[in-house]
Design a protein around this ligand. Structure first.
Ligand code: CO8
Length: 261
């Protein structure tokens, strides 16, 4: 277990193959400042470089997942500051991660917090979770995917409602809208997210990587191109030892032993 100032990361799971990252600034409801984003980026790189890690869970300490970008840090910024410092430049580290990521949204996921959750591959929510893009109340707009990823996931009407009013939705509404795939009682959330991460980690990491890329392609391209890409990746799995092992194990009625090769 390694502990840095604003986040904790640990390797967990029966086979130590899951990385658990805590956004750990509970006094500020895990508001995302430069420090926490930089450290999250480092934690993700560590997980990415660790060959044993098959999936990553990101959650928040205390009563928030993350209540957005740090407003106190942003308050006095000018347009020129944003441009010159490349403000938000590091924010897409979660979206760029090639290993599967699960956001275990334990409480408020507002503004940049909701955007961070949406950069993850899977969102599990606690019954106490609240998802929102309240930037309009601060006289600004979402800046890390809140007008784009949200709209693609929940559709125009709900995205407009959330972005234009700034009012949050409940975990149940997030589930109905397809933003979250599961809702659990607060005390079960992390365990369920870790179980899902372990489940994924038991598969071939090589093929999981290909599957993730194929699903993500659905958001980046036309249906015809996506289907074409999927077929190529599907064929490519036949170049792996793990595809052979998976099918042989089925035929032999035994558990597959993937070697990530
Ligand atoms: N930034 C800085 N501090 C925060 C933030 C935040 N986003 N959210 C909460 N805090 C702090 C509070 O200031 C307070 O600190 P203190 O005790 O020192 O006064 C502490 O956390 C606890 O918060 P509250 O007392 O307000 O707790 P409540 O239970 O009364 O309210 C809320 C909880 C409703 C979540 C409330 O804190 C709130 O509305 N927070 C702000 C939510 C928000 O507007 N988020 C959007 C921020 S803008 C944004 O994310 C833009 C993203 C752009 C892309 C990324 C750019 C980097």
């Amino acid at each position: 277990v390694r502990t840095l100032s604003d986040y904790d990361v640990e390797k967990t799971g029966k086979k130590n193959n899951v990385a658990l990252i805590y956004l750990n600034r509970p006094d500020a409801l895990n508001a995302l400042n430069n420090g926490i984003i930089g450290e999250l980026t480092t934690a993700l790189e560590d997980a990415q470089n660790d060959k044993d890690i098959g999936a990553i869970v990101i959650t928040g300490s205390g009563r928030a997942f993350a209540a957005g970008a740090d407003i106190k840090e942003m308050e006095n910024k000018t347009f020129q500051d944003c441009v010159k410092s490349g403000f938000l430049g590091k924010w897409d580290s979660v979206a760029r991660c090639t290993k599967p990521t699960i956001a275990a949204v334990n409480g408020f996921a507002l503004g940049g917090g909701c955007e961070l959750a949406m950069m993850c591959d899977i969102i599990y929510a606690s019954e106490k979770a609240k998802f929102g893009q309240p930037e309009i109340k601060l006289g600004t707009i979402p800046g890390a995917g809140g007008t784009q990823r949200l709209t693609r996931v929940v559709g125009k009407s709900l995205a407009m409602e959330m972005v234009l009013t700034g009012d949050p939705i409940s975990a149940k509404e997030a589930l109905q809208a397809g933003l979250a795939s599961k809702v659990y009682p607060a005390e079960e959330l992390l365990d369920k997210a870790l179980k899902a991460a372990e489940n994924i980690s038991e598969k071939s990491k090589l093929v999981v990587n290909m599957a993730k890329e194929a699903v993500n392609t659905a958001y980046e391209t036309t249906l015809a191109e996506g289907i074409h890409f999927e077929k190529k990746i599907f064929y490519a799995t036949f170049a792996t030892d793990d595809r052979k092992e998976g099918m042989s194990a089925f035929v032999d009625k035994r558990a597959a032993e993937f070697k990530d090769n």
